[in-house]
Design a protein around this ligand. Structure first.
Ligand code: TTP
Ligand code: MG
Length: 596
């Protein structure tokens, strides 16, 4: 479990020119904003540093000469500078945020589009949480860099430069005395940054553990409660929680030492100014105004220095995030599209598997040398024990995965020569587990397809017999589907998925019958619905119901990835092979139940 998060913990360089180059591509469309932000930054950095200088003039020239009128003018200028600073800061904050948001919006769009195109193989090997983190957290980290990081680094640097300019123009020797503590500060900051970085790594690791534990635990809450595992689980949780706390406390320690130390240094430099500058004032080689200005500049000086080390952290996590984002964007686990696609405009629905071999991983074949042919309009039932490879057959027919050997033909065209979209247009699949999206019943039947009218939705629901229960809901077809359909029964969800397939009007229908048992009444409804679904289209049904199997034109019996028997119900019974035994074990009971 911890391994899953390992690549999320890596914090590398704070600056990587290759990554930066690629990141700047996203900034390019908004370079006007960047330019504006930098210019505003230079400006806004200068404004506060002007203030102590103005005050110095006020003290030395006007107060010393008892010029009240002049003092008023200086005060008005000070006020003006303050107001100007607020206004510029407003624009700066607004435009840098705007830029950041625009950039990460583009990035999220690109990421999501990419993720949608990835083949199922990618999702088989990648924990959901990781992909979600890429599109949300990692992108957010980049936003921090774009909006507050990069641009305000300029502002920090310029503030420091401006302070230096003013200080050195007023007094060289006092400047040097004041800045004598700076090397100590830089060293302390460097040390602090290193320690904090290490402890942050620990925090992230433990937080990832806490998150994944919580996620798993809440998802499986019913199992925990059923088996009375609360105490054991609480123990595990306590341990993870404790580790997380310890990691946090460790980093707090560094902060607790560093900030007082910085305070101490800044107080020290104030003391130095008072001691050295004060002595010069007494000897009349320095004015009170300059002394005062220096005191203010030292105060101003520490903030950007401290900020810069924060910026370093932002930059560093942004680099790590961008590395992970680009890794996802570079993931090429696609189902390949043909160079010169053939069209499959109208099809009759003939399906042929020719010596198909397929493995999810390496050469661990789950389907071995499968061959069969289904004529247009026929219904074929696939039966076999669990793990025999039934679901895999439908996975490769819709090209969720590509086969390794052999070929699959629809109307004589190899499905690898057709675009995925075009192929899937003709095939509707009803899966074992019904997945409902948040939205209404209506939108779950049409899946937001504008070509499917409300009338068609209701018609489809009526045909499969879902109309009755949908109409009895408080809001009928507009009833909200909550939490993947938690408020609907298994049978009801099945019926909705049938309506979904029917509204789609496919030429080929694939049905992976759910094994879950439903009450007799729903069972009859579902049976009728399936009969309706199969009419007039080529169908492959992974059957668990005897009725479906019996009515099929052909039954394919799978065993450990191979086709072992084919024929009709009667033919296969007469063979007394695998199907016969399966019938004895599985299907016969259904008959007894029904006739009882
Ligand atoms: P399935 O094709 O899922 O077997 P099945 O549909 O016949 O079983 P059930 O009746 O229980 O639905 O699995 C065949 C093998 O392929 C099995 O060893 C698991 C493996 N497999 C994967 O590795 N990845 C997958 O995504 C699937 C669906 C199966
Ligand atoms: Mg299956």
């Amino acid at each position: 479990m911890a391994d899953e998060f390992r690549d999320d913990e890596i914090l590398g360089k704070a600056y990587d020119s290759k990554l930066m180059k690629r990141l700047l591509k996203y900034v390019k469309p908004y370079r006007k904003y960047v330019l504006l932000a930098i210019l505003l930054n230079i400006f806004v950095a200068a404004l506060p540093t002007v203030r102590p200088y103005l005050i110095k003039i006020g003290i030395d020239i006007y107060i010393a000469n008892k010029d009240y009128h002049g003092l008023l003018i200086i005060c008005s200028i000070l006020l003006g500078v303050l107001i100007l600073q607020s206004v510029v800061q407003y624009y700066l904050a607004y435009y840098t945020e705007l830029m950041g948001q625009k950039i990460i919006f583009d990035l999220r769009v690109q990421l999501f589009t990419h993720v949608q195109k990835l083949a199922l193989k990618y999702f088989d090997k990648t924990p959901i949480g990781r992909t979600v983190t890429r599109v949300t957290n990692d992108v957010e980290t980049l936003n921090e860099m774009f909006s507050s990081g990069i641009v305000s680094v300029f502002s920090d640097v310029f503030v420091i430069i401006w302070i230096f300019v003013f200080m050195f123009t007023m007094s060289w020797d006092l400047s040097l005395v004041t800045l004598s503590v700076v090397p100590i500060l830089f060293y302390a900051t460097f040390l602090f940054r290193k320690k904090v970085r290490e402890s942050y790594r620990g925090i992230r690791k433990h937080l990832a553990r806490l998150n994944s534990y919580m996620q798993e635990h809440i998802t499986g809450m019913n199992v925990v409660q059923i088996f009375g595992k609360e105490k054991d689980e609480f123990k595990k949780f306590s341990e993870i929680n404790r580790n997380y706390r310890t990691a946090n406390i460790k980093s707090i320690l560094y902060y607790a030492v560093f900030f007082p130390f910085v305070e101490f240094l800044s107080a020290l430099s104030v003391a130095l100014i008072i001691w050295y500058g004060g002595g010069e004032v007494i000897q009349s080689s320095l004015t009170i105004g300059v002394l005062f200005a220096f005191l203010q500049y030292t105060e101003m000086f520490w903030r950007p220095v401290r900020d810069l080390s924060d910026k370093y952290n932002i930059l560093q996590s942004a680099m790590a995030s961008s590395e992970r984002i680009f890794k996802l964007l570079d993931d090429q686990t696609f189902v390949n599209e043909p160079q010169q696609p053939k069209t499959l405009q109208k099809i009759t629905g003939e399906i042929e598997f020719k010596n198909v071999w397929f493995a999810y991983n390496g050469d661990d074949y789950v389907l071995k040398n499968i061959s069969f042919k289904i004529n247009p309009g026929q219904t074929v039932a696939i039966v076999g024990a669990t793990g025999a490879g039934k679901t895999s057959i439908i996975n490769i027919l819709s090209r969720f995965y590509d086969i390794q050997k052999g070929s699959i033909l629809i109307d004589g065209v190899d499905i690898r020569d057709v675009n995925k979209r075009e192929l899937r247009k003709h095939i509707a699949t009803v899966l074992q587990d019904v997945y409902l999206f948040s939205g209404t019943i209506k939108s779950n039947i049409s899946l937001g397809n504008k070509d499917i009218t409300e009338k068609q939705i209701i018609e489809a629901a009526k045909t499969v017999g879902a109309d009755k229960f949908i109409s009895s809901l408080p809001n009928g077809y507009d009833e909200e589907v909550k939490e993947k359909g938690a408020t609907l029964s298994v049978g009801q969800k099945q019926l909705i998925s049938f309506a979904r397939a029917l509204a789609y009007k496919p030429q080929i229908l694939i049905l992976d019958e759910a094994t879950s048992s439903v009450d007799t009444e729903t069972e009859i409804l579902i049976q009728r619905a399936i009969e309706k679904l199969l009419v007039g289209r080529t169908s492959i049904v992974i059957a668990h119901r005897l009725s479906t199997v019996q009515n099929a034109d052909k039954i394919i019996v799978m065993h450990k990835g191979e086709v072992r028997e084919t024929g009709t119900h009667q033919e296969l019974l007469a063979q007394k092979g695998i199907y016969y035994r399966l019938y004895q074990l599985q299907y016969k009971d259904q008959e007894i139940v029904k006739t009882a």
